[in-house]
Design a protein around this ligand. Sequence first.
Ligand SMILES: [Zn+2]
Length: 253
Amino acid sequence: MTRIAPTPSGYLHLGNAANFAANALLARRWGLDLLLRIDDLDRARFRPEYLQDIFDVLEWLGIAPTVGPRDPADFAAHWSQERRMPLYVAALETLRSRARAHVFACPCSRTELADGVHAHDCLNANISLSEAGVAWRINTRGTPLHASIPDFVVRKKNGRPSYQLACTVDDRHFGVTACARGEDLRDSTAAQAMVSDLLGYPKLAERIRFIHHPLLTVGGEKLSKSQGAAGVRDGGMSQEEIFAIAEGWIATP
Ligand SMILES: [Zn+2]
Protein backbone atom coordinates (compact mmCIF):
# COMPACT_ATOMS: atom_id res chain seq x y z
CA MET A 1 0.00 0.00 0.00
CA THR A 2 1.13 3.50 -0.78
CA ARG A 3 -0.49 6.68 0.41
CA ILE A 4 -1.54 10.20 -0.40
CA ALA A 5 -1.48 12.16 2.85
CA PRO A 6 -2.51 15.80 2.50
CA THR A 7 -3.42 18.16 5.33
CA PRO A 8 -6.65 20.17 5.06
CA SER A 9 -4.97 23.35 6.27
CA GLY A 10 -4.85 25.26 2.98
CA TYR A 11 -5.70 24.89 -0.70
CA LEU A 12 -3.49 22.40 -2.51
CA HIS A 13 -0.93 23.54 -5.09
CA LEU A 14 0.67 21.94 -8.13
CA GLY A 15 3.42 20.42 -5.99
CA ASN A 16 0.84 18.54 -3.94
CA ALA A 17 -0.88 17.41 -7.14
CA ALA A 18 2.40 16.08 -8.57
CA ASN A 19 3.05 14.22 -5.31
CA PHE A 20 -0.43 12.65 -5.52
CA ALA A 21 0.36 11.61 -9.10
CA ALA A 22 3.69 10.08 -8.04
CA ASN A 23 1.98 7.89 -5.44
CA ALA A 24 -0.78 6.92 -7.86
CA LEU A 25 1.90 5.87 -10.36
CA LEU A 26 3.75 3.87 -7.70
CA ALA A 27 0.53 2.08 -6.79
CA ARG A 28 -0.14 1.23 -10.44
CA ARG A 29 3.45 0.17 -11.14
CA TRP A 30 3.80 -2.10 -8.14
CA GLY A 31 0.18 -3.24 -7.93
CA LEU A 32 -0.41 -1.63 -4.54
CA ASP A 33 -3.46 -0.26 -2.83
CA LEU A 34 -3.59 3.53 -2.76
CA LEU A 35 -4.66 4.96 0.59
CA LEU A 36 -6.07 8.46 0.95
CA ARG A 37 -5.05 9.52 4.45
CA ILE A 38 -6.06 13.06 5.30
CA ASP A 39 -3.97 14.36 8.21
CA ASP A 40 -6.38 16.58 10.12
CA LEU A 41 -4.83 16.70 13.59
CA ASP A 42 -4.26 20.44 13.22
CA ARG A 43 -7.83 21.47 14.04
CA ALA A 44 -6.97 25.16 14.35
CA ARG A 45 -6.14 25.45 10.64
CA PHE A 46 -8.78 23.01 9.40
CA ARG A 47 -11.47 24.40 7.07
CA PRO A 48 -14.20 22.41 5.29
CA GLU A 49 -13.33 24.04 1.96
CA TYR A 50 -9.74 22.73 2.23
CA LEU A 51 -11.11 19.24 2.84
CA GLN A 52 -13.38 19.48 -0.19
CA ASP A 53 -10.44 20.79 -2.26
CA ILE A 54 -8.56 17.51 -1.67
CA PHE A 55 -11.41 15.49 -3.21
CA ASP A 56 -11.80 17.99 -6.06
CA VAL A 57 -8.10 17.83 -6.94
CA LEU A 58 -8.07 14.03 -6.88
CA GLU A 59 -11.09 13.95 -9.17
CA TRP A 60 -9.50 16.48 -11.53
CA LEU A 61 -6.36 14.34 -11.68
CA GLY A 62 -8.41 11.19 -12.28
CA ILE A 63 -6.95 9.50 -9.20
CA ALA A 64 -9.25 7.09 -7.35
CA PRO A 65 -7.74 5.87 -4.06
CA THR A 66 -8.65 2.26 -3.27
CA VAL A 67 -8.66 2.75 0.52
CA GLY A 68 -9.93 5.74 2.49
CA PRO A 69 -12.81 8.22 2.52
CA ARG A 70 -15.05 8.69 -0.51
CA ASP A 71 -16.09 12.24 0.39
CA PRO A 72 -15.97 14.75 3.29
CA ALA A 73 -18.93 13.16 5.10
CA ASP A 74 -17.37 9.69 4.91
CA PHE A 75 -14.11 11.21 6.09
CA ALA A 76 -15.67 12.85 9.16
CA ALA A 77 -17.61 9.68 10.04
CA HIS A 78 -14.86 7.10 9.64
CA TRP A 79 -11.43 8.36 8.60
CA SER A 80 -10.52 11.49 10.58
CA GLN A 81 -7.36 11.13 12.65
CA GLU A 82 -9.58 11.96 15.65
CA ARG A 83 -11.02 8.43 15.17
CA ARG A 84 -7.55 6.97 15.67
CA MET A 85 -6.75 8.99 18.78
CA PRO A 86 -6.78 5.83 20.98
CA LEU A 87 -3.96 4.41 18.82
CA TYR A 88 -1.86 7.55 19.26
CA VAL A 89 -2.50 7.67 23.00
CA ALA A 90 -1.50 4.00 23.29
CA ALA A 91 1.70 4.67 21.31
CA LEU A 92 2.59 7.57 23.61
CA GLU A 93 2.07 5.29 26.61
CA THR A 94 4.34 2.73 24.94
CA LEU A 95 7.02 5.40 24.58
CA ARG A 96 6.59 6.33 28.22
CA SER A 97 6.99 2.75 29.42
CA ARG A 98 9.35 1.30 26.81
CA ALA A 99 11.58 4.23 25.85
CA ARG A 100 11.60 6.41 28.95
CA ALA A 101 15.34 7.08 28.58
CA HIS A 102 14.73 8.73 25.21
CA VAL A 103 11.64 10.78 26.04
CA PHE A 104 11.71 13.89 28.18
CA ALA A 105 9.23 16.52 29.32
CA CYS A 106 9.83 20.08 28.17
CA PRO A 107 7.92 23.17 29.27
CA CYS A 108 10.12 25.54 27.21
CA SER A 109 8.46 28.11 25.00
CA ARG A 110 9.57 28.62 21.42
CA THR A 111 11.58 31.66 22.51
CA GLU A 112 13.21 29.78 25.36
CA LEU A 113 14.36 27.15 22.88
CA ALA A 114 15.44 29.59 20.19
CA ASP A 115 19.15 28.84 20.49
CA GLY A 116 18.59 25.10 20.92
CA VAL A 117 19.35 25.21 24.63
CA HIS A 118 16.56 24.25 27.03
CA ALA A 119 15.97 27.19 29.37
CA HIS A 120 14.50 24.77 31.92
CA ASP A 121 17.43 22.36 31.69
CA CYS A 122 14.85 19.78 30.56
CA LEU A 123 17.32 17.03 29.70
CA ASN A 124 18.64 16.89 33.25
CA ALA A 125 15.75 18.24 35.30
CA ASN A 126 13.78 14.97 35.10
CA ILE A 127 10.46 16.76 34.81
CA SER A 128 7.52 14.40 35.10
CA LEU A 129 5.83 13.48 31.81
CA SER A 130 2.56 13.74 33.73
CA GLU A 131 3.05 17.42 34.47
CA ALA A 132 0.47 19.67 32.79
CA GLY A 133 1.59 21.84 29.89
CA VAL A 134 4.79 20.00 29.00
CA ALA A 135 5.65 18.73 25.54
CA TRP A 136 7.11 15.24 25.21
CA ARG A 137 10.28 15.36 23.18
CA ILE A 138 12.70 12.74 21.89
CA ASN A 139 16.33 13.32 22.86
CA THR A 140 18.17 13.52 19.54
CA ARG A 141 21.62 14.18 20.97
CA GLY A 142 24.25 12.03 19.34
CA THR A 143 22.15 11.42 16.23
CA PRO A 144 22.34 13.10 12.80
CA LEU A 145 18.83 14.43 13.42
CA HIS A 146 20.11 16.82 16.05
CA ALA A 147 21.26 19.30 13.42
CA SER A 148 17.93 19.41 11.58
CA ILE A 149 15.07 18.67 13.97
CA PRO A 150 16.61 18.68 17.44
CA ASP A 151 14.55 17.07 20.20
CA PHE A 152 11.45 16.73 18.03
CA VAL A 153 8.04 16.61 19.71
CA VAL A 154 5.93 13.46 19.98
CA ARG A 155 3.25 14.90 22.26
CA LYS A 156 2.35 18.57 22.15
CA LYS A 157 1.83 20.74 25.20
CA ASN A 158 -1.94 20.42 24.79
CA GLY A 159 -1.60 16.64 25.14
CA ARG A 160 -2.25 15.89 21.48
CA PRO A 161 0.03 13.68 19.34
CA SER A 162 2.52 15.39 17.03
CA TYR A 163 2.71 14.85 13.29
CA GLN A 164 5.80 12.62 13.66
CA LEU A 165 4.03 10.36 16.16
CA ALA A 166 0.71 10.13 14.30
CA CYS A 167 2.36 9.55 10.93
CA THR A 168 4.49 6.71 12.31
CA VAL A 169 1.50 5.06 13.96
CA ASP A 170 -0.73 5.50 10.89
CA ASP A 171 1.78 4.04 8.46
CA ARG A 172 2.07 0.96 10.67
CA HIS A 173 -1.67 0.76 11.26
CA PHE A 174 -2.56 0.84 7.57
CA GLY A 175 0.37 -1.31 6.46
CA VAL A 176 1.97 1.26 4.17
CA THR A 177 4.83 -0.28 2.17
CA ALA A 178 5.77 2.51 -0.26
CA CYS A 179 5.62 6.28 -0.21
CA ALA A 180 6.71 9.11 -2.46
CA ARG A 181 7.22 12.32 -0.49
CA GLY A 182 9.06 15.59 -0.95
CA GLU A 183 12.75 15.76 -0.14
CA ASP A 184 11.86 18.45 2.41
CA LEU A 185 10.49 15.57 4.48
CA ARG A 186 13.73 13.59 4.54
CA ASP A 187 14.34 14.62 8.15
CA SER A 188 10.78 13.68 9.00
CA THR A 189 11.39 10.22 7.58
CA ALA A 190 14.46 9.88 9.80
CA ALA A 191 12.51 11.08 12.84
CA GLN A 192 9.75 8.59 12.08
CA ALA A 193 12.31 5.80 11.77
CA MET A 194 13.50 6.71 15.26
CA VAL A 195 9.94 6.75 16.69
CA SER A 196 9.27 3.43 14.94
CA ASP A 197 12.32 1.89 16.64
CA LEU A 198 11.36 3.30 20.03
CA LEU A 199 7.85 1.86 19.64
CA GLY A 200 9.36 -1.55 18.88
CA TYR A 201 7.96 -1.69 15.34
CA PRO A 202 9.91 -3.53 12.63
CA LYS A 203 12.53 -1.26 11.02
CA LEU A 204 10.90 1.54 9.00
CA ALA A 205 13.40 1.23 6.16
CA GLU A 206 12.51 -2.44 5.79
CA ARG A 207 8.75 -1.83 5.90
CA ILE A 208 8.40 1.22 3.67
CA ARG A 209 10.18 2.05 0.46
CA PHE A 210 10.46 5.83 0.49
CA ILE A 211 11.16 7.86 -2.60
CA HIS A 212 12.08 11.44 -1.74
CA HIS A 213 11.37 13.60 -4.76
CA PRO A 214 12.40 17.20 -5.53
CA LEU A 215 9.97 19.97 -4.75
CA LEU A 216 8.12 21.37 -7.72
CA THR A 217 9.00 24.95 -8.54
CA VAL A 218 7.27 27.19 -11.04
CA GLY A 219 9.41 29.96 -12.51
CA GLY A 220 12.01 29.26 -9.82
CA GLU A 221 9.47 29.92 -7.06
CA LYS A 222 8.72 27.40 -4.35
CA LEU A 223 4.98 26.72 -4.14
CA SER A 224 3.01 27.33 -1.02
CA LYS A 225 -0.49 26.54 0.15
CA SER A 226 -1.52 30.17 0.27
CA GLN A 227 -2.11 30.63 -3.43
CA GLY A 228 -5.86 30.53 -3.12
CA ALA A 229 -8.82 28.54 -4.34
CA ALA A 230 -8.58 26.45 -7.50
CA GLY A 231 -4.80 26.69 -7.17
CA VAL A 232 -4.21 23.37 -8.90
CA ARG A 233 -6.72 23.65 -11.71
CA ASP A 234 -5.70 27.21 -12.56
CA GLY A 235 -2.02 26.56 -11.96
CA GLY A 236 -1.13 26.50 -15.65
CA MET A 237 -0.39 22.76 -15.98
CA SER A 238 -2.50 20.02 -17.50
CA GLN A 239 -3.06 16.68 -15.80
CA GLU A 240 -0.73 15.11 -18.38
CA GLU A 241 2.05 17.56 -17.55
CA ILE A 242 1.64 16.88 -13.84
CA PHE A 243 1.83 13.11 -14.39
CA ALA A 244 4.88 13.55 -16.62
CA ILE A 245 6.71 15.37 -13.80
CA ALA A 246 5.69 12.68 -11.32
CA GLU A 247 6.85 9.94 -13.71
CA GLY A 248 10.28 11.60 -13.80
CA TRP A 249 10.45 11.64 -10.01
CA ILE A 250 9.80 7.93 -9.62
CA ALA A 251 11.70 6.80 -12.72
CA THR A 252 15.03 6.66 -10.90
CA PRO A 253 15.38 3.36 -8.99
ZN1 LIG B 1 12.90 22.39 27.30
